[in-house]
Design a protein around this ligand. Structure first.
Ligand code: PMV
Length: 334
């Protein structure tokens, strides 16, 4: 008997970033992180489980009706995630998978969060083993991608750091009723120069890493209060401070990691101009890459999108918003 299921899961953008691990292989983070689940940027994955033995396969559907093979690095992480999912669920079978990102695959947007969360959902659905978002968070994180642990909830998500609790699932921190938008400025196509996995590995070599860890609990508490209390000015200050702190650690690691491109700075300056000169509430943040996420209330979205679209170094803009989390999809990709 073969079983087939399709699920989609969203990407997320961290307000407080996971950067550095106590156990990288199992993605046990050095610090708690807090993110906003997106809605538009998502991965859809179809899996078919066959009873016969043989190698698992994954192909990519770019969206033009064709299917392409995945790069080796992707295949390795997929195979490892599948092996761990089978073990946790106690199931067997050869897996054939096809996956599609709603955003351009060369856009430089982190797709591991949405990709591995979608895989965990599709496999669980194929075996009729969908579970709570907390358990699904643990299954998504078996991939080794920590941010995937946060993509199994809608709204705003906290992923604690608890070395004593190896499962430590993420939890929903606030509902999507807090309506924030994410206008994503794409300033770089193609893969980032250094993977986040390698970034986590190098994080503790930065002389600023320990100071960052000292400040994080207080920053996380204050940012969370500002988010849930609707204090966008304080939220802005802390979000941007945290973004610069992450990149300060990356830039001062051994060897240093420089994610910023000229377009990154152009967007940051434009965000500051919008806020300080035109009175438009908006705040920048970034993950481990050159692209800039501009977080803003709905009333600022059009002005932000217009301003950053006009910058010559921005080659595309994606308008996203806080989302409701993963879902089953009725249409299969193959
Ligand atoms: O989930 P990973 O291992 O790809 O790491 C994510 C790293 C950041 O995007 C920079 C921060 C985060 O918390 O999402």
């Amino acid at each position: 008997m073969s079983r087939k299921a399709t699920a989609s899961a969203p990407s997320n953008i961290a307000f407080i970033k996971y950067w550095g691990a106590t156990d990288l292989d199992h993605a046990l983070p050095a610090n708690a992180s807090l993110s906003m689940t997106l809605e538009v940027c998502r991965t859809t994955t179809t899996v078919q489980v066959h009873d016969d033995d043989g190698p698992d396969t994954i192909r990519i559907a770019p969206g033009d009706g064709t299917l392409t093979t995945a790069p080796d690095s992707f295949n390795e992480r997929f195979a490892r995630h599948l092996a761990r999912l089978r073990e946790r669920l106690g199931v067997h079978g050869r897996v054939e998978a096809v996956t599609h990102n709603s955003f351009p695959s060369d856009a430089g947007i982190a797709s591991s969060a949405s990709g591995f969360a979608a895989l965990a959902y599709a496999i669980s659905a194929a075996f009729d083993r969908l579970d709570t978002p907390e358990e699904m968070s643990v299954r998504a994180r078996l991939s080794g991608s920590g941010s995937a642990a946060r993509s199994t909830f809608g709204g705003y998500v906290m992923w604690p750091s608890d070395p004593g609790a190896p499962d430590s699932p993420a939890t929903q921190h606030a509902s999507p009723d807090i309506d924030l938008r994410d206008v994503i400025a794409l300033v770089q196509g193609g893969p980032k120069p250094v993977s986040s996995l390698e970034g986590h590995r190098r994080a503790a070599t930065s002389p600023h890493f320990a100071t960052r860890q000292e400040h994080l609990p207080e920053r996380t508490r204050r940012l969370s209060d500002a988010l849930t209390g609707g204090d966008f000015d304080t939220f802005t200050e802390l979000l941007e401070e945290e973004t610069i702190d992450l990149h300060l650690v990356a830039m001062s690691s051994t060897p240093p990691i420089l994610y910023w491109e000229p377009g990154t700075l152009a967007v940051i300056r434009s965000v500051r101009r919008l806020r300080e000169q035109d009175g438009v509430p908006c705040a920048f943040t970034m993950d481990a890459g050159a692209n800039v996420h501009v977080i803003c209330p709905p009333s600022s979205e059009d002005a932000v999108a217009a301003a950053i679209s006009a910058l010559p170094s921005v080659h595309d803009v994606i308008r996203d918003r806080v989302g409701s989390g993963p879902r089953n999809e009725s249409e299969h990709l193959f």
